[in-house]
Design a protein around this ligand. Structure first.
Ligand code: 6PG
Length: 239
């Protein structure tokens, strides 16, 4: 695991976009990437869209999501909806390459359907080429929130996870990939930016293990892309 500290969110987003393009180009087959939701990756998506379709092999890049809110795709909280506006529509990406979680469906049904699609495409356990994850101020990632049932899931790859957090405005159900679904990814990147992440980030990276959901994510090639504000309390050079 390593940490790359960038001066700004823009620099972090540029580095993450460059990596996605380089990894996709280095492959000569379909490139499957699991996207995170939230706000951090939006800039990265916008940068990729601004570069145009010729900047990456978009004809063989497949978009998946690490989690989704239980809302319709056009709802302002939809992770797919944010990506559609920032990346999919501007580049006119092929529908066959976009694998959204159906947040509008009954949660257990949406989770089962997504797991079937995921396993059919990427195997058991699924092997993503790239997983992008964010981290909440409570150390959650995807929709693996502290003290939520999905944290202990060792068999299923996608579940409906009942959560209760100020970050979800109280009780809510989220569809999330589980730790086993992320574990075999060839490349895993956390994107974390902002001063509100600094206290949690130092605990996640330098504190005792097993305290935060983000610490459950392992991977052959795990890199944290963070900005200076989020890295402000780090003591070690995680280079
Ligand atoms: C979601 C995300 C979630 C997100 C973190 C960080 O659905 O919200 O998947 O895990 O990555 O909450 O969110 P920000 O990028 O908005 O800080």
């Amino acid at each position: 695991m390593s940490v790359e500290i960038h001066p700004t969110l823009e620099a972090l987003s540029t580095a993450a976009a460059d990596e996605l393009v380089a990894l996709a180009r280095a492959s000569d087959r379909p490139f499957h990437v699991a996207l995170s939701g939230g706000s951090t990756p939006k800039k990265m998506f916008e940068l990729l869209a601004a570069r145009g379709t010729s900047a990456a092999p978009w004809d063989r890049i497949h978009l998946w999501w690490g989690d989704e809110r239980c809302v319709p795709p056009d709802h302002p909280d939809s992770n797919y909806g944010m990506t559609k506006r920032a990346l999919i529509d501007p580049l006119g990406l092929a529908a066959a390459n976009v694998h959204r979680i159906h947040g509008e469906a009954p949660p257990d049904q949406a989770a089962s359907a997504y797991e079937q699609e995921l396993v059919a495409a990427l195997g058991t356990p699924p092997v993503f080429d790239l997983v992008l994850l964010g981290m909440g101020p409570d150390g959650h990632t995807a929709s693996l929130f502290p003290n939520s049932p999905a944290l202990g899931e060792t068999k299923r790859f996608v579940v409906a996870n009942p959560v209760d957090s100020p970050l979800t405005k109280g009780k809510a159900t989220r569809i999330t990939l589980t730790v086993p679904a992320f574990a075999k990814a060839r490349h895993t990147r956390f994107l974390a930016a902002g001063a509100d992440k600094a206290a949690t980030l130092v605990s996640v990276l330098e504190g005792p293990r097993g305290k935060f959901p983000s610490q459950l994510i392992s991977g052959a090639d795990l890199v944290w892309h963070v900005d200076r504000a989020a890295a402000a309390q780090l003591h070690k050079d995680h280079g």
